[in-house]
Design a protein around this ligand. Structure first.
Ligand code: NAD
Length: 542
């Protein structure tokens, strides 16, 4: 028993290590990369803390050399999904009743393990499995994962402090119950940190989860699950269930105990989940909370006062880091004709020097895309642009999938501001530019606002600060994360709460109190000190 009121201090963001040659972190990482490359592993399901091997298996391969197998994983059938739901429901009582500070301690220990003992393991598995270079892995698998864990403990302490006031003759309290049932978490391939957070945010608030990880990120996600266990997460609080999304989704959504879905991924999948829930709405014990962060068609808009070199460098990083496979990646750009020659020259200069290749060579800026479907999708858009009279490819435009899934960073210039690649999310290294007349700024802002259904990230570049501010106001619903003179990627937990509106999701800003509040269902308790003894009101007794 402890009656203290705990208050966690605002954490520091995890420092990004540099990995210079001969640094200790670089040596440890190189050893770990070789270890994982040379020792393929077997990935079981983990349900109620127990490893389960179904014998129905699939393989995880290296995107930059697809013949190289990193892991064999076991797939869930309906039976294992039911087992996972049962395990989550069973663990719910123990976990929900545990002091929230103990839950926070487990998150903080997981953060400590990832920041220290398992830093190389998490980075190497994310680099190899998800095709990220050192920097991209470090900012995701380590820094953002650690930040999510630490900031959620901190923000939970803020949420739990919220209490109603009490009036004469009464005491009012709010209890913050976790949702009643289990939370179905469905994670995307592109961020290890998101996979962690989709589970650990609801878990922090006392919920238990059934986790469907993306197949292409299974290597890092399996290690995450093992780290959660080592940090002290009780059996059944998170249940790791790889396999077919369609099968697992259908089975999980058929359960009357579904209390919520925590999703990040494509619109198609989230729309399917939403529709499926709506058709079964009368079957559920509670209205399931649906939290989903989805696609983007993120923009850079340069004002005529913008500095060309800064626009080009940030566009290159924003569009092509991690091969454009960040939900926040820039993929359409509006440049005034007055600065276009200089922006173009700078983009072409960078294009000829930025190298593409395997993640184990740290000099490669760009690596392979995640899988064959993604490669084919990118090449289809490139083919479409090549065949169009409205578009010209000024950089890249080639791909090769014979060994690994390599797509050159590609810059398309179009004369049609509504060209297909200006509108649709591609999720690959393709940036489309529309060059506008300086006198058409207002029309261009309107185009930027109305061209795509998404509203995730966007950036304006301008030296004219008043103009930047006006554009920021005009594009109020165009982006949930808006940047002035910066690339639209790289949001940091606690500094730029992340999420978009319109077709980009429910915008619950992962890593903060907005998101955590979705995972509780408060109970208000009123206690009256002197209950009424007379049924009539005063005026009735006159
Ligand atoms: P995806 O939708 O293909 O897959 C996401 C997850 O859903 C995977 O685990 C997949 O197996 C699972 N899934 C697929 N069908 C399912 C079904 N019927 N039932 C249950 N689960 C199912 O997305 P992806 O390719 O992994 O990720 C890329 C997408 O994610 C892009 O659209 C990107 O913009 C988006 N994304 C958004 C954010 C954000 O914060 N807005 C962040 C990262 C990624």
């Amino acid at each position: 028993m402890n009656n203290a009121i705990y208050n966690f201090a605002l954490p520091q963001n995890e420092p990004v290590l540099e990995y210079k040659s001969n640094s200790n972190e670089r040596k440890l990482l190189e050893i770990e990369l070789q270890r994982q490359l040379n020792n393929p592993i077997e990935i079981p399901l983990i349900i109620g803390g127990k490893e389960i091997r179904t014998g129905q298996t699939g393989q995880v391969s290296l995107p930059s050399k697809h013949a190289h197998i990193l892991a064999t994983y076991h797939k869930a059938s309906e039976k294992e999904v039911h087992m996972a739901i049962d395990a989550a429901l069973q663990a719910h009582h123990i976990w929900a009743d545990l002091s929230w500070t103990v839950r926070a301690a487990i998150l903080l220990k997981a953060a400590e393990l990832i920041s220290g003992k398992y830093r190389a393991l998490m980075n190497a598995s994310t680099m190899l499995g998800q095709s990220k270079n050192i920097f991209q892995a470090e900012i995701d698998a380590v820094c953002e994962t650690v930040d999510f864990l630490k900031f959620n403990a901190y923000f939970a302490s803020k949420v739990y402090q919220m209490q109603p006031s009490s009036a004469f003759n009464q005491l009012n309290k709010m209890e913050f119950r976790p949702l009643e049932g289990f939370v179905f978490t469905v994670s995307p391939f592109n961020f290890t940190s998101i996979a962690s957070n989709l589970n650990m945010a609801p878990v922090m608030m006392g919920n238990t989860t059934v986790w469907k990880p993306a197949t292409t990120s299974l290597l890092s996600n399996y290690y995450l699950m093992k780290i959660f266990q080592e940090a002290g997460l009780p059996d059944g609080v998170v249940n790791f269930v790889p396999g077919s999304g369609a099968l697992i989704g259908k089975t999980a959504l058929a359960s009357p105990d579904l209390a919520g879905i925590h999703f990040t991924g494509s619109n198609n999948t989230f729309n399917y989940l939403w529709k499926e829930v709506s058709t079964k709405i009368t079957d559920y014990k509670s209205y399931p909370r649906l939290i989903g962060e989805t696609g983007g068609k993120n923009f850079i808009l340069a004002h005529p006062s913008a500095q060309a070199k800064k626009v080009a460098v940030n566009a290159y990083r924003g569009a092509f880091e991690y091969q454009g496979q960040k939900c926040s990646a820039a993929s359409r750009m509006y440049i005034p004709v007055s600065i276009w020659p200089e922006v173009k020259e700078e983009l072409l200069k960078i294009s000829t020097s930025a190298r593409m290749g395997d993640v184990t060579d740290p000099m490669n800026f760009v690596n392979a895309v995640i899988d064959e479907a993604s490669f084919d999708n990118c090449m289809n858009y490139i083919k479409y642009a090549k065949e169009s009279a409205e578009a010209e490819i000024i950089a890249g435009g080639n791909g090769d999938k014979s060994i690994g899934y390599f797509v050159e960073p590609t810059v398309i210039v179009t004369t049609n501001p509504k060209f297909k690649t200006m509108e649709e999310e591609i999720f690959g290294p393709i940036l489309t530019v529309f060059v506008y007349e300086d006198s058409q700024l207002e029309e261009t802002i309107e185009l930027c606002n109305t061209t795509s259904p998404y509203g995730l990230t966007g950036a304006v570049f301008a030296r004219d600060r008043v103009a930047a501010s006006k554009i920021c106001d005009q594009l109020i619903y165009a982006a949930g994360n808006f940047y002035i003179n910066d690339k639209p990627t790289g949001a940091i937990v606690g500094l730029q709460p992340f999420g978009g509106s319109r077709a980009s999701g429910t915008n619950d800003k992962a890593g903060g109190e907005f998101n955590l509040i979705r995972w509780i269902t408060p109970r208000t308790i009123k206690e009256t000190f002197q209950p009424a003894t007379e049924y009539r009101y005063g005026y009735m007794m006159e």
